[in-house]
Design a protein around this ligand. Structure first.
Ligand code: GDP
Length: 139
């Protein structure tokens, strides 16, 4: 059975370029309900923990630098089949390969600065949501 929650971040590049509003509009227009949301900034330690799965990748240092350079919006989203449907809404990691109309096609500028994060499994959605939110911040 697939879960009904996913976790997202609007990354520093999209915040800097003023795209919080349009991205939230795309998310809600696609039928996702926002059940938790905060405007925050990752510390180096936060980013290293959040992206620990990538720590052996050659771009890990760049990824941590990027994700800590400014504020982000973190949110938990609810919808049937949330993880898969949200990955479809955001599009491929590399915006050049992202489908027309997807959030990354519209707002990402490179494979590194790709506007949004979307959890890739129900298990990771739960772990990532719990990383950012306590139970009393989820509605
Ligand atoms: P995602 O699940 O689509 O976000 O993609 P991945 O899990 O493969 O990568 C995590 C994040 O690392 C991406 O969203 C990018 O921000 C970043 N990233 C991926 N590939 C590269 C790369 O080649 N260079 C850099 N600098 N960052 C990358």
């Amino acid at each position: 059975m697939t879960g009904n929650r996913t976790f997202t971040m609007i990354k520093p590049d999209a915040v800097e370029s003023g795209h919080i509003g349009p991205i939230l509009e795309k998310i809600t227009a696609a039928g996702f309900k926002i059940v938790a949301m905060k405007y925050t900034q990752l510390s180096r330690r936060d980013a290293e923990t959040f992206y620990a799965i990538h720590k052996e990748r050659p771009f890990f240092g760049e990824l941590v630098e990027f994700m800590t350079r400014g504020p982000i919006v973190a949110a938990i989203l609810e919808k049937d089949n949330a993880v898969e449907d949200y990955r479809a809404l955001i599009g491929a990691t590399n915006p050049e390969q992202a489908a027309e109309g997807t959030i990354r096609k519209l707002y990402a500028t490179s494979v590194a600065e790709n506007a949004v994060h979307g959890a890739d499994s129900d298990e990771n959605a739960a772990i990532e949501g719990a990383f950012h939110f306590s139970g009393r911040e989820i509605f």
